[in-house]
Design a protein around this ligand. Structure first.
Ligand code: ATP
Ligand code: MG
Length: 489
């Protein structure tokens, strides 16, 4: 009514001025204050607008109407507040009202850059008494939540330094990235369920325990060593970790790194919330002085690690030292980011230098074993859809009897099941036959070893060396206690 009255009483120019003054007057007596967050601020895109847009999706349940969008090539749908709609949000004790205001932009004859046809913005209505609190904590909370959502919606990235020679890309970054879409998850990973659960709990504790690390003065990072025969799922485990935590992966090719300082530069250019991986650490590096029995400090510079494809001569610049590598994971530089997990993998833990294995260096030693009965059941479920009760007791018993002695890797079991996945019974039959053949072969080899004296002695020496290295961490399953457990109590 007021609007109609004003329209009839005043000419347009005057109407505008009167409305403006009336608004000012009402604001003076109102218990609310308003903030406008426009999409484009001058010529710059307003980061806060995007953040609010995303943030409101997290409390979207309170709105009845939302708009859905899915960007090209993206694997997730985002929903946002519809045009000219409003939503109530509460933060601590404060209640605020968000309104999405969309207006048609006047056509411009000239612009430095093309502007969208619509002028979009959010209006935030806040009670005056909450103003200070909202402008501080609430807006920070919005930015943080939005970053978190953005990270979750984004596809993971896999970075590599394999360009070689310390090369940089067009933006001066030493890492190249591709979208990471490895489908491995902890659910599909075949391993002992209890062990799997402990690893998952440890990772979750790690990701959620920032305050614990701060309180105890520890850098917020974690080191994992994955070891075991080829095809037991070490790389799959890394992918599962990344998918579980939503972290990016930096796959560090040590052979491409020429010096300690280059290694440090690479580290400085990694982001937080990432897994830094050095695969097959025993193959990509070689301890030059390892064969000499002379006692040495691990920080002596002449202990060189030489990249496999490099000359390895001291002085040609193509060497990194063990101390450089240890500094990479443990030193002051390793703390230039936070929330990072270092993962080393190896097929031969016995070949690694004790300095890398020493307790405190790697927080967890995870043995990826040959298939056990529990892991075969996971693979049968993954590949053939067999549940616990779908297989006959006889088959299950037979599987349980032979699986450990067969020493078959999850990769070999997967291969057999994929090959015959159209005929499930045949798949199980062939798997059992394969396992039995392996048991026979292993038993025969075992006998041969017993008959041949010299071979046994040599093997014993090797076994002893392995045990000496393994001993501080237990026999075969070396998952150490999570340091983070119960820390927040
Ligand atoms: N524990 C497992 N659970 C499920 N699948 C597995 C497992 N181990 C191996 N596989 C299957 O075998 C393939 C090879 O496994 P993966 O590359 O993870 O082994 P790895 O231990 O990293 O081997 P390598 O030492 O040769 O690098 C995977 O693509 C996966 O399909
Ligand atoms: Mg691997």
């Amino acid at each position: 009514f007021c609007q109609t009255l004003m329209n009839s009483l005043f000419p347009p120019e005057l109407r505008f001025a009167v409305t403006k003054h009336l608004n000012r007057l009402s604001q003076l007596f109102s218990s609310y204050c308003y903030f406008d967050i426009t999409e484009i601020d001058g010529v710059n895109t307003n980061e806060l607008y995007d953040a609010v847009q995303l943030y409101l999706t997290s409390s979207a349940v309170t709105s009845n109407r939302l708009s859905l969008t899915r960007a090209t090539n993206s694997s997730s749908t985002t929903f946002a507040l519809s045009n000219n709609d409003s939503i109530v949000d509460t933060f601590d004790s404060a209640t605020v009202l968000w309104e999405h205001v969309v207006a048609q932009r006047q056509t411009q004859t000239f612009a430095w850059r093309p502007m969208p046809d619509e002028k979009r913005g959010f209006t935030l209505r806040v009670e005056k008494k909450d103003k200070r609190f909202i402008l501080g904590s609430y807006l920070d909370h919005i930015m943080e939540t939005a970053n978190e959502i953005r990270r979750k919606n984004q596809d993971r990235l896999l970075y590599t330094n394999s360009r070689g020679g310390g090369g940089m890309d067009s933006r001066g970054l030493p890492w190249e990235s591709v979208p990471f879409k490895h489908p491995s998850t902890f659910e599909t990973l075949a391993m002992d369920p209890a062990k799997k659960r402990r690893i998952m709990e440890d990772l979750k504790d790690f990701a959620e325990c920032e305050s614990f690390y701060r309180k105890t003065g520890r850098a917020w990072k974690r080191g994992h060593l994955l070891y075991g025969p080829p095809g037991t799922g070490k790389s799959s485990m890394i992918a599962a970790m990344a998918n579980y935590l939503g972290y990016d992966i930096y796959d560090l090719e040590l052979a491409e790194v020429r010096s300690n300082s280059e290694l440090r530069k690479l580290l400085m250019k990694t982001s937080s919330k990432s897994i830094i991986v050095i695969e097959d650490i025993d193959c990509s590096i070689e301890l030059k002085n390892r064969s000499s029995k002379k006692k040495q400090s691990y920080y002596e510079p002449e202990m060189m690690l030489t990249g496999s494809g490099l000359g390895g001569d001291e002085g040609n610049g193509n060497t990194i030292t063990l101390s450089g590598l240890l500094n990479f994971t443990d030193g002051l530089w390793s703390c230039c980011g936070s929330e990072r997990i270092f993962v080393f993998t190896t097929n031969h833990i016995e070949k690694l230098d004790p300095a890398l294995l020493r307790s405190g260096r790697m927080d967890m030693h995870i043995y990826m074993s040959y298939c056990t009965f529990a892991s075969v059941k996971i693979l049968l479920k993954n590949y053939l859809g067999y549940e616990e009760g779908d297989l006959s007791d006889d088959v299950l018993k037979e599987l349980e009897r032979v699986v450990d002695k067969a020493e078959i890797t999850p990769a070999d079991v997967s291969e057999c099941l994929i090959k015959n996945r159209r005929d499930k019974e045949r798949a199980v039959r062939e798997l059992l036959e394969d396992m039995k053949r392996r048991v026979e072969k292993n038993e025969k080899n075992g006998k041969l070893r017993g008959l041949n004296g010299s071979l046994t002695v040599a093997d014993d020496a090797e076994e002893q060396e392995k045990r000496a290295l393994d001993s501080p961490y237990g026999e075969e399953e070396e998952i150490e206690d999570s340091i983070c457990k119960n820390s927040e109590d």
